[in-house]
Design a protein around this ligand. Structure first.
Ligand SMILES: *Cc1c(COP(=O)(O)O)cnc(C)c1O
Length: 392
């Protein structure tokens, strides 16, 4: 079976984790700190806070921006539920913005018109979570302009975009956002098995994030000289969202190979683009001029003119032929939990159309040339069979 995604783990990674396991601290030690510094340096941000997952990262990013009941959080429906759940964890209300079909990213036009309407209705969002779909950055300058005009905060859900670029700068530098969140789940560009990080440039946000990730505890020399060396104060309601030393050791070992991983993904994506040129039934995602994708996913869009069951038939055909594919994503608002909140799928026609036609095919650094040829030939065989059947 060729999976749609696969982590790359080598002997250096294994040695790094083994060393961490033999060190005196398994958590709250120096490796997490070193990993955070490496992330900040890599993304050219001032600060990085490592946590147990991107989901945890999104949660405390919202808390750091003081999202609460009566506030609105907006995000793209074409994402993993975590992009929206973070708002609900804070008791806020959640709504969605339609996407551009060509890229799968949030549509700036849809955002702009939704903001204009929300302003009139007096329900502007406090936070917009911008998702960088498949590893390609959204048009952040445009989002930042709208944030100035309408006064919302921006969290980049860059879970899929670690190592990607926007306007010639690494995603995560937060030039056009308040914070950026990354995931190190094994399907993402680098992995810590489970893990995530938030980058930002603001010291106050950084302090709050650190506080929320570890039970809301704060301490200072002044406090300790008055009360005693043991003294810490729980200043707010926090969580245990810490990353362990073992996970950070894996991340630190992986980050040194990140650019290599992305280059390998990029080359494979270019080859797919080339090989699919003569397959009129599908198209790859459009890559914008302003971004360099981290190539988390290689997504195909089936042509609108194909019968509606085609995507499912292709998915099953690939599976029968030993090739894993996946649908990214079931629109968040389509899940029963969100349907109960009365969100209408009809309000997001592009997200629905994209969902009905998208399929992610295998893409990872160790995908061999032969495997890739097999993936493409299998897809071509599927369409040949369809055409033969249709004309019979
Ligand atoms: C993977 C992913 C997440 C969640 O990441 P975890 O680290 O698994 O919590 C959130 N948002 C998007 C867009 C993702 O792709």
């Amino acid at each position: 079976m060729i999976p749609y995604s696969c982590q790359t783990i080598d002997d250096d990674d294994i040695a790094a984790v083994t060393d961490a396991l033999q060190s005196s601290r398994l958590t709250q030690g120096p490796i997490v700190h070193e990993f955070e510094q490496a992330i900040a340096a890599y993304t050219e941000s001032n600060y990085a806070v490592a946590v147990s997952s991107a989901t945890a990262a999104l949660h405390i990013a919202c808390l750091a921006l003081e999202l609460g009941p009566n506030d609105w959080l907006w995000t793209s429906g074409m994402s993993f539920s975590a992009s929206a759940n973070c708002g609900l964890y804070c008791g806020a209300k959640v709504d969605f913005v339609d996407i551009d079909i060509a890229s799968g990213n949030l549509s700036i036009g849809a955002l702009e018109s939704k903001l204009a309407k929300a302003k009139q209705a007096g329900c502007l969002p406090k936070i917009v979570v911008v998702v960088h779909y498949a590893g390609q950055s959204c048009d952040m300058k445009a989002v930042a302009l709208l944030s100035k005009q309408y006064g919302f905060k921006i969290i980049e859900d860059s879970a899929q975009a670690f190592g990607g670029y926007y306007a010639k700068k690494k995603v995560g530098g937060c030039q056009f956002s308040d914070m950026a969140v990354f995931s190190f789940h094994p399907t993402k560009t680098i992995t810590t098995a489970e893990g995530g990080v938030i980058t930002c440039n603001d010291r106050i946000l950084y302090d709050r994030l650190n506080c929320f990730k570890s039970h809301g505890l704060v301490f200072s020399e002044a406090m300790q000289s008055q009360e005693g060396g043991w003294y810490r104060d729980q200043a707010m309601l926090g969580f245990n969202y810490r990353m362990s030393e073992l996970h950070a050791a894996l991340g630190l070992s992986q980050i040194s190979k990140c650019d290599q991983f992305i280059e390998a993904r990029h080359l494979r994506a270019l080859r797919y683009n080339e090989l699919f040129k003569d397959v009129p039934q599908l198209s790859p995602l459009e890559i914008s001029k302003y971004s360099k994708s981290a190539w988390h996913l290689y997504v195909l869009l089936l042509d609108e003119s194909l019968p509606s069951h085609s995507r499912r038939a292709l998915y099953e055909f690939m599976h029968q032929n030993g090739i894993g594919t996946q649908v990214h994503y079931i629109p968040i608002f389509k899940h029963s939990f969100f349907q109960q909140k009365g969100i209408e799928a009809d309000d997001f026609p592009n997200t629905m159309s994209f969902y009905q036609r998208c399929l992610s095919i295998p893409l990872y650094p160790t995908l061999s040339s032969d495997q890739q040829t097999l993936v493409v030939d299998t897809i071509k065989a599927f369409f040949d069979e369809q055409v033969t059947r249709a004309s019979a």
